[in-house]
Ligand binder design. Sequence first.
Ligand SMILES: [Zn+2]
Length: 348
Amino acid sequence: MAFNGWRKQVMQSLLTPKLGHDESDLLINHANLTALQLDGRFATHTHALQQQIDVQAGQLQTAPPASDAAPHPNAHAIASNGRRWLEAPLTDTKRCDILAQRVALDPMQKGNMPLTLMCRLASCDITQDTYNRLYQKNKQASLCAVSLKHAAPATWALPIEQALSIVSKALNAHDKQRLNKLVDQGRLCLVAFNTMLGNVCVMSSAGALIQLEHKLHAVDVIALSHEVGHALHMEHRWHQGQYWPADVVTSEAQAINMERQVLSETAHPKAALLKQAQVTFYGPWHWALHQFELGLYALSTITPDQLDYLWHQCTHAFAAPKGGWRHVQHLYTSPFYLVCYPLAAGVT
Ligand SMILES: [Zn+2]
């Protein structure tokens, strides 16, 4: 088994555009283009695919939107502002600029909620009342979260073959087969720890593709479980002909559920600690990150010092590592995605 990149033939198979005129073909082409862009080796070969997407998108422009949630009027500008995060060099000045643009493009609405957040909640069928209730409840809980400050982070790192065997044991026969196929076809690749993107799962017409970080050839079993949860969910949807991506909360709920499934099947001596770490991670930690996102709106200027102070305020109760805001990719690339994790953990 090779894990040093997605298999070349698999990626090459994505280059041929689907020529149909319906939305499904557009969505498949789009998913394949995203996968090819992430892989990077075929960047100069995607012209035909890109062209076909433009044609299909033009034809479908008059069709009603597939999702009920209204798109954000600045969605395109917000997305391209976020993409700057992936372009080197990434300096503090650039980070601050991306965040300042983010706030300018998506101002706080009358209801004290930026439109991106309202769209996120609407597309995930979460009412504003439910969101407010959970947010307030967790703010209260964070006031007595002192014990978390001293909780040592539990990790579970193993060589990929062993990690796969543990995850596989938690699956039913059907899903086990899907995971085996994913690995055999070279759709699981390992990258050095601390890449800009981190762990990723994307869908393509060749099946789900997972990119996972490794540290000295060991991967985090929980992170692998999470991405496998996404992969199986995405493949299940595609096999049913649902090519439109699932809403974020549903997708993350499936991934978090897979982590729980693996943890409850395992006899690891630190299983209880790992379960607690998962609760902390998707609970207080992500609510603190969410508070940081909302806190951006109250800053008169966005400077590294201001952000350090805001970070300190938001994470004070949770003993977050210093300088942590700099590396949280979703703060820059996907506004208000982070709050979907605790919402997903709450609904599974
Ligand atoms: Zn996820």
